[in-house]
Design a protein around this ligand. Structure first.
Ligand code: CO
Length: 439
């Protein structure tokens, strides 16, 4: 039996994901929650003056966000407690000159973003969400846009023309076979006119003012619970909005911490994090450094604070799937609903070492939360995440952890209801632990 408050938290996670069909929407959804809880927006282009124990957030590029609560202890004593996660998920993005006609059908050209399981995008009720940039008299405006109704489709080829699909797997050529079906009606318009008209109508602007877009293909199906006890959830983007949500709620519910608590949410993890707002970029160090200076801590003091800091990098982990036993390292199988996994890789694809691992275990013990240990098969390439990059950038000891997930990078991933609550609990414990204790 799943306790009602745990089921409620999982439902809130699904609502958060369904409100966030693109990284830009994810950041907007987080901003709204932060503002409701008294976090003030800081602009990077302005000078900062920070109140003691104040709560603030900064957005860069519309799709990365860092929020923090100043600790009651001086920064040089309390250091930073950071939880990091990523706002992006692999999938399909619209090309700049996407609309075109092929025989009878109008289609949209797309580019693959990151490493999605492309076959899972077929035969889904797809639509578009993201941001557009429009000309506005003297300035440029950018705003979010979301088509609610299913607008697009990657229709499969019938098995009668693809007889070996169940033996060979479902494959799409990324250039020729991924354009999405949009319409067979044109009313005498060009494909570009037709599509810009749709966007303009949705955005309530003039089609001729639209200059550019970042548009993500998303699945309109909402998140759901499944299993006899409704002990599992399924949704798009669980990797990694589930970790973002846990980190966000942990921060929102933290009151008067001794250490300065930070939630860092980065775009572009799925494509390597090398961007002006990715985990490999300057965003995190720029923010932490300015935070230090704004609280009258000088450069040596800032470095001292970093050396007293700790980071938990939270990203989904691979849950054991009994249909595919040979895909897993037999000694390190992790189960759904058995607690977050500590991810270890000797080549530092994960930032964990024995010290940071031990500290996370100790936090789990304090929070009364179970944990697991994950190591990838030796004969398979291991994935990575933001942990090693921020650790390299900041020099902060870091542990990589994550909730077990089935079908990572499918458009419909699956995870455990209990694990979401476990992760939240341990992150809250991390934020409020007294300075100098545990980390
Ligand atoms: Co991820």
């Amino acid at each position: 039996m799943i306790p009602p408050e745990i089921a409620r938290h999982a439902q809130e996670l699904l609502d958060f994901i369904d409100a966030s069909p693109s990284p830009w929407h994810a950041v907007a959804t987080m901003e709204q929650r932060l503002r409701e809880k008294g976090f003030a927006h800081l602009e990077e282009s302005q000078a900062w003056s920070l109140r003691p124990e104040g709560r603030y957030y900064i957005v860069r590029g519309g799709s990365s966000l860092i929020a923090f609560i100043l600790g009651s202890k001086p920064l040089t004593e309390g250091g930073f407690r950071i939880v990091g996660a990523h706002t992006d998920s692999p999938g399909l993005r619209l090309k700049p000159k996407a609309p075109h006609r092929t025989e009878t059908m109008m289609r949209l050209a797309v580019e693959v973003y990151g490493g999605p399981i492309l076959a899972t995008f077929s035969d889904r009720d797809l639509s578009l969400a993201g941001r557009i940039c429009v000309r506005n008299d003297s300035s440029l405006d950018s705003f979010l846009i979301r088509f609610e109704q299913p607008l697009l489709r990657l229709a499969n080829l019938a098995i009668h023309m693809n007889r070996s699909v169940n033996e060979d797997g479902l494959k799409f050529n990324k250039q020729n076979e991924l354009p999405l079906l949009l319409s067979d009606l044109c009313d005498g318009e060009s494909p570009e006119q037709k599509f810009l008209g749709l966007v303009a109508e949705e955005a309530k602007c003039n089609a001729s003012d639209i200059l550019s877009w970042d548009l993500n293909v998303y699945d309109t199906q909402k998140g759901s619970f499944w299993g006899p006890e409704l002990e599992f959830i399924a949704d798009s983007q669980l990797d990694n909005l589930s970790s973002c949500y846990a980190a966000l709620v942990a921060l929102l519910e933290t009151e008067a911490p001794e250490s300065t608590c930070v939630g860092a949410f980065f775009d572009h993890e799925e494509i390597g994090s090398e961007s002006n707002r990715g985990a490999m970029g300057s965003f995190i160090s720029d923010v932490l450094e300015r935070l230090a200076y704004a609280t009258d801590v000088n450069t040596p003091g800032y470095k001292q604070a970093l050396s007293r800091s700790f980071m938990i990098s939270a990203d989904a982990a691979h849950a054991y799937h009994p249909n595919f036993p040979n895909a897993y390292e037999p000694l390190h199988r992790i189960a759904v609903n058995q607690g977050p996994a500590i991810k270890v890789n000797a080549s530092q694809r994960y930032a964990t070492d024995s010290m940071t691992e031990a500290k996370f275990i100790e936090l789990c013990r304090q929070a009364d939360v179970p944990y697991q240990k994950y190591s990838h098969r030796g004969d398979l390439a291991c994935g990575s995440t933001i942990g090693p990059m921020t650790a390299a950038r900041l020099g902060i000891p870091t542990v990589d952890v994550g909730c077990p997930l089935w079908a990572m990078h499918s458009i419909r991933e699956s995870a455990g209801v209990l694990d979401q609550a476990h992760l939240l609990k341990v992150l809250k414990t991390f934020f409020v632990a007294p300075a100098g204790q545990t980390v």
